[in-house]
Structure formats: structure tokens, C-alpha cells
Write a protein that binds this ligand. Structure first.
Ligand SMILES: [Zn+2]
Ligand SMILES: [Zn+2]
Length: 385
């Protein structure tokens, strides 16, 4: 299927949220137009991320409704706007999607597009940055639907994106691409925190709290760097087993361990951890990971939480021990550079993403969400076509 560059009034279906806490319902939508600086994508796979769920419940109250969420996925280019000048994109190409950026601000210019100074509006605003419009409207009553979530809104059979496409550098079977669907957020967040930001050495210790797709990607990335001690922490025993399989040298069942910082010290010869990563977004865990740090150690917040939380730390201890507590968004990734690197790692067998994904037919959104909520699956991925 292909459309002209001026593709207009494309009727399709998407999971629309009418308001916070409503169920995701499949509704008929119309994509008004694909503008010169946009591309039309027929989705093949969409990953579901915890941030989608936080926004869906209104816990991150930044989005107006009705809206189409989803900010991970891959699919086929069906139309390319006339102002898109990239030579690596052609109609019919299979591309991986990621967050969009302005490309011109100070952070974008310095190679840190995850911290794009216009990111809040581009990602959570879910509208076109140029004029605040949305590509989609409801077929039923014509209402405009926010459909640029992270520049993507991938819970849709077709979606309109800007240049936030990552072209694949080699040919491969799209049927087997479900595992790449979540590179655009979850997997690059976990892996990027380790590979782009913390950069542990082999004699360092890394502790990962929370073993969902993000945390397990961090474990795999630490293993990729041959980090000597990789400690995985979670409440779920089956997740701890998966972490072991993926490279964790030690695991801590946080439900059965009252003093987690003490346990980490014990596992690190009494000195504490060089690096800690919180992939949960929980104040208690953050305080405990800061407490677990060795001298000159760094703790990173990666898990998203509702706004307004406060974390307690002892500044004098922080100073004397030269500890750092940082936040990392999207693994500080530059997707067009970093995602191909992760694909190569997967292809070499050293970043086995395929072990984290469970694919659902697109009609089974509700089951996918429930399984994710119940901890039955690590990364649910919808298959559209
Ligand atoms: Zn920018
Ligand atoms: Zn995400």
C-alpha cells in the first residue's frame, strides 16, 4: 500500500483514550493530511511502555484528550512529505520509530536530543510543534485527537511522524522485527544509561533496581561491557531468574531483604556499588540506591514517576563520599546513531532482546495491558499487520 506525498483523509483505526483512566478503545480515525515535513507509517509492531500507562491514568497530567498514545514501534513508510530530504528513507522502507526532537536547540546540537529544550511540548504535548494541530480526528464526531505523542502515537494502524525514523542499514525480515519495536524508548533507555552515561568498567559494580524491559536492558548492557559484578534487584522471583540468565552475577529478592543497602555492601566487599540504576520510579528505592553507593559512585533515576515527589539524602555524606545522583532520560540516546548500534549488538547475540518480548495480535490490547500489569510479560508488543 502506498499513498501520494500529499496523502489526505486516510481512514484507519487506532486505540483512542477519551479521557484519563478510560479503557483504550479501538476507534475509526481520519488522518487529515501528511504535511511536507512528515511521513506516513503503516505500523507493523508497537511496544507498550510504562509511561503510556502512567499518562493513561492521568498520573502524568500533561496530555489533553482524546489522545492516541504509544511511543515505540516500527513499520513501513507509505508516504514521504516533499520537504523530507533524508536520502536514507524511501517509500516501502521498514523503519524503527523513536522520539522526535527539534534538531536545532543547544542540547540537540550537542548530541543530546533526549534533552531537547523543546522536548516537553514535542513529546507530551502530542501535537505538531509548528501550529499545535494534530494529524488525526475521530471519524464519529470529527473531534481532533492528540496524535503526536513523542512524535509517534504508535497505537494506531497508520500514524504520521516527522523525521524520528531510524532506517535499518541492512535487509532483514520485518516479520521477526517485534524485538526491535521497543528500541525507540524502553530498550534504549536501559542500555543507553549504561553504555552512554554510566560507562562502567569491568572492575566496577552495577546494581539495577526493577527488572522490566528497561532494567533488563541495563543488565544486558552491563554484561556486554563485561562488568564484573552485576546485581539485579526485584520483587519477582521469575524476573530475578531472567536477570541471571542475561548476565546478573547476583540477585536480591527485595521482598525478602529488609536491608537492601546492607546486602549490596555485603556483595561488594563492604564498599558499596559504583553504579546504581532505578528503573522503577519509587522514592524508597531511590533513597536506598543512593545509600548503597560506594565512594565516587553514581546513582541514576531512570524510572518515570508522577511529578512532585521528594527524595531525602544526606548532603554531607554526599559531599564527603563524592556521590552523584543524576536523572537519565531515554538513555541520553541519539536514536539514529544508537539504535543501529543496539541492533548490531542483538545480531551478534550479545544483546538478546528477543528474550524480553511477547507479541499480541493488535486486537488483544486489553490482554497485553493486563499481562503487563500482572507482571506476566516483560515487554508486550502489538502486531498490526
Ligand atoms: Zn532540540
Ligand atoms: Zn517509554
Amino acid at each position: 500500500m502506498s499513498f501520494s506525498t500529499a496523502a489526505k483523509n486516510i481512514e484507519t483505526q487506532a486505540y483512542v483514550l477519551d479521557k484519563p483512566n478510560d479503557p483504550f478503545t479501538l476507534q475509526d480515525i481520519i488522518l487529515d493530511e501528511v504535511r511536507p515535513n512528515e511521513l506516513l507509517i503503516e505500523m507493523k509492531f508497537s511496544g507498550i511502555c510504562h509511561t503510556d500507562l502512567l499518562v493513561a491514568t492521568g498520573a502524568i497530567p500533561t496530555l489533553q484528550f482524546p489522545a492516541i498514545l504509544g511511543h515505540e514501534g516500527c513499520g513501513y513508510i507509505r508516504s514521504i512529505g516533499s520537504a523530507i530530504k533524508r536520502k536514507d528513507l524511501a517509500i516501502g522502507d521498514f523503519v524503527l520509530l523513536s522520539f522526535n526532537t527539534c534538531g536545532t536547540c543547544k542540547q540537540c546540537s550537542r548530541g543530546h536530543p533526549a534533552y531537547c529544550l523543546n522536548g516537553a511540548a514535542l513529546h507530551m504535548g502530542a501535537v505538531r510543534p509548528s501550529d499545535g494541530s494534530s494529524p488525526a480526528r475521530l471519524k464519529s464526531d470529527g473531534r481532533s485527537v492528540r496524535s503526536q505523542f513523542f512524535g509517534q502515537s504508535t497505537f494506531s494502524k497508520f500514524t504520521v511522524v516527522q523525521e524520528s525514523c531510524v532506517a535499518m542499514r541492512y535487509s532483514f525480515d520485518p516479520e521477526g522485527a517485534a524485538m526491535f519495536a521497543a528500541l525507540g524508548c524502553g530498550f534504549q533507555t536501559g542500555a543507553g544509561t549504561v553504555l552512554n552515561v554510566l560507562k562502567p568498567q569491568s572492575d566496577d559494580s552495577v546494581v539495577v533496581f526493577g527488572l522490566g524491559g528497561v532494567g533488563l536492558s541495563a543488565v544486558m548492557a552491563a554484561k556486554f561491557l563485561d562488568v564484573g559484578r552485576i546485581i539485579a534487584v526485584d520483587i519477582a522471583k521469575d524476573r530475578l531468574e531472567v536477570a541471571r540468565e542475561l548476565g546478573a552475577t547476583d540477585v536480591i529478592d527485595s521482598k525478602a531483604t529488609p536491608d537492601i543497602a546492607g546486602k549490596i555492601r555485603e556483595l561488594t566487599d563492604g564498599v558499596g556499588a559504583d553504579f546504581c540504576i532505578d528503573c522503577v520510579g519509587n522514592v524508597g528505592i531511590i533513597e536506598s540506591m543512593i545509600e548503597s553507593l560506594a565512594k565516587c559512585g553514581t546513582a541514576a533515576s531512570v524510572g518515570v514517576m508522577p511529578p512532585g515527589k521528594r527524595v531525602a539524602l544526606d548532603p554531607l555524606k554526599h559531599l564527603f563520599e563524592n556521590k552523584r545522583y543524576i536523572g537519565v532520560l531515554e538513555g541520553d540516546s541519539d536514536p539514529p546513531k544508537f539504535i543501529p548500534q543496539l541492533v548490531e549488538m542483538q545480531r551478534s547475540g550479545r544483546f538478546p532482546l528477543e528474550k524480553l518480548c511477547t507479541t499480541y495480535p493488535w486486537q488483544d490490547m486489553e490482554r497485553a495491558l493486563k499481562d503487563m500489569h500482572d507482571g506476566k510479560v516483560i515487554k508486550p508488543v502489538l502486531r498490526w499487520c
